[in-house]
Structure formats: structure tokens, C-alpha cells
Design a protein around this ligand. Structure first.
Ligand code: EPZ
Length: 431
């Protein structure tokens, strides 16, 4: 089994290019099947969650041609089934986007219930509430969710009980081809929600207000082909920003939208980093020992839950006591036990972690419990004394393209190894 082996202690220095946003790409890929015309999607990240969704789309007859590593050409005129039961689809959360897209286009969809990272209970009641409001029946049985329109899909006024990215995107897709107007109140405002709305509009949809908490959709009869480039990944960028901070480094994060990173930049400044902002890049410099702060995860524009493990890992080697409160997912501190193996002093009480900064971290054998927690363990290992290993890197590969290579370019000592021989070779190399 492949694992990362990391010798910590090197400050990261240099430039890193950020990929297209995974969570925008998942919504956009699903939405692309809503037209029979050809769609070209650029800046697609080459990560496993995207591959899984593409396989699921191919399993129902979508034709996907890879023009290069980050560009696909999609034609969905030959879809032969609205039942998505690929063995892969259960592995990813975004499988549920096939529901909204297929329901909007064909009036029916059946999809195996979504999986995804185990970060707490992940209900889909707001998705089903939205579909029902548009005039569809929803049935959940035998591990599948089926949604089908009874008559026409009709626009409606939908008030979401919680701010949810997934339900906002799903309802937006189904409503794009419904008859009449739909209003989604208390909508999620994440950059990837806006990106999916922009993509739908580039196919001829009429979606207004994405990025605010009220989204208005006027249904259109059909959607047409387009060429669309996905926005940069806010969370990949944020992860490298914290990698610079935890290793006391100096990293230029390129190909980003600095506005999307404001809550992350603000925290790093509070902790003592210097941030220089340019049009499409950001420089993060940590030149002195960083200090404690308080963080609460919130929907955008608040501090993202997908950055919570990375900030906890970083605060574990800062001066003073920090508190990080998780308000989106209730089970997102499982990785703290792994960090404890490295000498951190973190106590989890309810949905808060109380972090007493230590002078240094020590190496350990670790396992990635989920995507972002896995990334946080990599950051901790990069800052620790000695050689650490991280298992279960498949979780990390779900969302980070070329993670070890990009870190190596910044001066990190990291390799993917799968045998004792390779581990020994790494140890000899790093001394
Ligand atoms: C998306 O998940 C992302 N996944 C997650 O990223 C991210 O952590 C999350 O949004 C929050 O930003 C994708 O985009 C594929 P939600 P999603 O619906 O859509 C509750 C990563 O690491 N809720 O915004 O599943 C829910 O329990 C992943 O890249 C309901 O109560 O999240 C949670 O508390 C992990 N009922 C809150 O809303 C519902 O019907 C936000 O969830 C739906 C959600």
C-alpha cells in the first residue's frame, strides 16, 4: 500500500500553482450533462474524486474525451439511463449532483446514496425538500435515492433550513430547466456555488444572485454547449498557505483569486504571518514564531470547515492557547488522535478543540482519516523533527493534485513509497 514518507524541518520556499477547484468541478461536470450539445471544461483538477464522477457519467452513456490533463470535452446526447449505480459513485459525496442534473433534464433520476469523507452525519433532507418543492417525488430505499417529476417540474420558493452547498447547487440545476421561477433563500454563497451558476448561465440558463443568500432562477427550455474554465481551488490554496506558515516558510501561491482567501489570510495575519496580495497570487511569509488565535468555521465568507484541520495542526506549534470551533460538521476532529502521536497538546470538548501550542512536533506513523485531515497531517509532518509516514493517502489524492511533487518543488522532503526497500532508500537519501 502506498504511503507518504516525510522528513520534516525544511521551511517551504518558492512558488506553487493552484489547480481548478475540485468542488466546483464536481458540480460543473454533473451540470454539463444537462445539454445534448458539446461542452468543453478547462482547468479541471486531476484528482480521484473527479475521475470517479467522470466514470459514473460514462456509465450512463456520457461521452468524455480528455483533450489534455486538465481539459475534457463532454457530449451527453447519448445518455441511455437515468439510473446511476456505478460501484464508484457511492464513494463520493458529489454523486448527488447527478440527481439535480438528471431530474432537470429528464424528469427522473436514481442514484446510489452518496458516500464521501466521514466527517459527521451528512443528511440530504434539504436536497429532497428542494426537489419536492419543484414537483418531484423522492423515494429512498435499498441504498438508492430516486426522484421523479409527477407532472411538470415547476419553479417554487424554497427556504433552506441550513446553509448547504450541495442542496443549493442541486436545486439550482434542477430549477434551471423547470417551468417558471424558483427562488432559493438562505442559499450557500461559496465561490463554487457561484462558479456552477456561471457555468449554467454560460449554457443559456437564467440564474441570478449566486454569491448572495437569495438565488433566483428563471427556468429555460433547454441548455446549449459552452466552453468554460473552472475557478482556482480555494482550499488547495489555503492548504499551501498554512504549509508555508507551519514550516516558517515563504511561499508564493499562484493562479488564485485572493478575494476567496480573505478569511484564511486574515487568520494567518492574526497569527503573525505577512501576506502580500497580488492580482492572481498571494505570498505568505512566516519569519518569526507564530502565535495563538481563535477560529470558528462558518459558511462562506467565514473561515471554511475544509481548512479546519490545517489550522489546528498549525496552531499546535504556535505560542499560547488557541480555540478552534467547528460549526458545520460535528465529527471533524477525529484526526486529533493522530496529531497527539506527534506530541501536540489538543483537547476536544464538544465541537471545540483547545490547543496548547508546543515547542516542536516529533515524527510518527500516521493514518489519514479523511481528505482535509490527511492534508493537515502532511503539514504537521513537514514541521516535525524526524521522519514520519502517512497511510491511507487515497483520501488525500481525492482532492490534491500532485501534492508530493508540489511540496518537493517548495523544498519539502517527501516521497510516495510502497515497500520497505523504498523507505530505506528515502532514509539513506535524506540522511
Ligand atoms: C460540500 O459538502 C463540500 N463537498 C465539502 O467539502 C465541504 O466541507 C462542505 O460543502 C461545506 O463547505 C463538495 O462540494 C463535494 P453542505 P456538502 O451541504 O455539500 C448540513 C472536501 O473536503 N446539511 O454544505 O455535503 C450538513 O450536515 C469536502 O472537499 C443538512 O442538514 O456540505 C452540514 O452540517 C468535505 N441537510 C451543513 O449542512 C442537507 O440536506 C453543510 O453541508 C444538506 C446539508
Amino acid at each position: 500500500m502506498e504511503q507518504y514518507i516525510i522528513k520534516g524541518g525544511n521551511p517551504l520556499v518558492g512558488d506553487v500553482e493552484i489547480c481548478g477547484a475540485k468542488n466546483a468541478a464536481l458540480g460543473i461536470l454533473a451540470a454539463s450533462l444537462m445539454t445534448d450539445e458539446t461542452v468543453v471544461i478547462e482547468n479541471l483538477p486531476d484528482v480521484s474524486d473527479i475521475k470517479v464522477l467522470i466514470q459514473a457519467m460514462e456509465s450512463i452513456g456520457v461521452i468524455v474525451e480528455h483533450l489534455d490533463r486538465h481539459t475534457v470535452k463532454i457530449n451527453s446526447s447519448m445518455i441511455n439511463s437515468t439510473t446511476v449505480d456505478s460501484v464508484y459513485i457511492k464513494k463520493i459525496r458529489a454523486s448527488y449532483y447527478m440527481l439535480g442534473a438528471l431530474l432537470g433534464k429528464y424528469g427522473r433520476a436514481e442514484v446510489a446514496l452518496p458516500g464521501g469523507c466521514n466527517i459527521g452525519s451528512r443528511p440530504i433532507d434539504q436536497h429532497t425538500k428542494g426537489f419536492k418543492a419543484l414537483g418531484a417525488d423522492v423515494d429512498i430505499s435499498h441504498g438508492h435515492i430516486t426522484t421523479a417529476k409527477t407532472g411538470k417540474l415547476n419553479g417554487n420558493h424554497i427556504y433552506l433550513d441550513v446553509v448547504t452547498v450541495g442542496a443549493t447547487i442541486n436545486i439550482m440545476m434542477a430549477a434551471a430547466l423547470a417551468e417558471g421561477k424558483t427562488t432559493i433563500e438562505n442559499a450557500a454563497k461559496e465561490p463554487h456555488v457561484v462558479d456552477v451558476a456561471n457555468f449554467l448561465n454560460s449554457m443559456g440558463a437564467n440564474v441570478k444572485g449566486a454569491g448572495t443568500d437569495v438565488i433566483r432562477i428563471k427556468g429555460v427550455e433547454k441548455l446549449h454547449g459552452t466552453t468554460y474554465s473552472i475557478i482556482p481551488d480555494q482550499i488547495e490554496a489555503g492548504t499551501y498557505m498554512f504549509a508555508a506558515a507551519i514550516t516558517m516558510g515563504d511561499v508564493m501561491i499562484k493562479n488564485i483569486i485572493p478575494k476567496h482567501l480573505e478569511s484564511i489570510s486574515a487568520k494567518l495575519i492574526e497569527m503573525g504571518c505577512q501576506i502580500e496580495e497580488f492580482d492572481e497570487s498571494l505570498r505568505v511569509v512566516a519569519s518569526k514564531r507564530l502565535k495563538h488565535t481563535q477560529v470558528k468555521t462558518l459558511p462562506y465568507p467565514g473561515f471554511p470547515t475544509d481548512m479546519q484541520p490545517q489550522v489546528v495542526a498549525t496552531l499546535s506549534v504556535c505560542d499560547g492557547t488557541s480555540i478552534v470551533t467547528e460549526s458545520i460538521f460535528e465529527n471533524r476532529f477525529k484526526y486529533v488522535d493522530e496529531l497527539t502521536k506527534m506530541g501536540t497538546r489538543i483537547k476536544v470538548e464538544g465541537n471545540s478543540a483547545i490547543i496548547e501550542g508546543v515547542d516542536r512536533l516529533t515524527s510518527a506513523s500516521l493514518s489519514a482519516p479523511d481528505l482535509r485531515a490527511g492534508a493537515a497531517l502532511v503539514l504537521a509532518a513537514l514541521a516535525a523533527d524526524g521522519i514520519s509516514t502517512i497511510d491511507d493517502i487515497v483520501y488525500i489524492e481525492r482532492g490534491y493534485e500532485d501534492f508530493p511533487e508540489k511540496l518537493k518543488n517548495l523544498g519539502a522532503m517527501i516521497e510516495i513509497v510502497s515497500s520497505d526497500q523504498e523507505i530505506n532508500k528515502f532514509k539513506l537519501k535524506v540522511g
